[in-house]
Design a protein around this ligand. Sequence first.
Ligand code: COA
Length: 192
Amino acid sequence: MARSLFAGRHVCRLIITTRYWNRTLAPKWNRAFGQDYRERNGMIRKAKVQDIQAIKKIVEPYGKAGAMLPISLAELYDRLRSYFIYDDTTDGVVGTAALHVTWDDLAEIRSLAVAKSHKGRGIAKGLVAQCLAEAADLGVGRVFVLTYVPEFFAKLGFQEFDKAKLPHKVWSECLKCVKFPECDETAMILKV
Ligand SMILES: CC(C)(COP(=O)(O)OP(=O)(O)OC[C@H]1O[C@@H](n2cnc3c(N)ncnc32)[C@H](O)[C@@H]1OP(=O)(O)O)[C@@H](O)C(=O)NCCC(=O)NCCS
């Protein structure tokens, strides 16, 4: 009886310590060191040809549901160099995002998607941060998105702006969208 009470006290202590870490210490660590604590089970890296099928598997259901533009395998291979992926230690590729340079001082984040099973772990936030870092490295000053989830991008500092101000080149991609020309996406932009 005394031994089980002793063990119970240790279990309680462990639960309290874990909660304290998750709710209080980890977010502080995260803010201080810039890495999302929830991402610790994997890494973000540039995509390789071997990742293309996995990327397709992530984006395809969202494309079919109209949450993002559908993309073919041929296009994915063409644009491989634009893609980042989140490689989970146990589950493999579960997130993706691509940075496309559009014009002078302007780039677009496209194909941002996280597998349903891995949402809410800071993966998309990390992928966007990686795209922004690459834009800065390339000397691009502004990054925009056309999105159905403006609240997500607003959390990361993006601001809504008039999509009519985007260069015409952007709309060539939209020709294959079933909703064209009635675009109901929100344009959001961030200075890098
Ligand atoms: C939108 C999406 C990319 C978010 O991925 P995720 O990995 O779950 O997002 P994160 O865990 O990085 O979330 C980061 C923050 O944004 C918030 N967030 C996530 N999805 C959100 C949404 N749809 N609306 C508002 N806020 C959202 C999170 O609560 C979190 O906030 P916090 O930092 O205050 O805790 C993912 O839901 C997805 O793949 N959706 C379908 C495809 C899509 O719409 N892509 C966008 C195309 S532009």
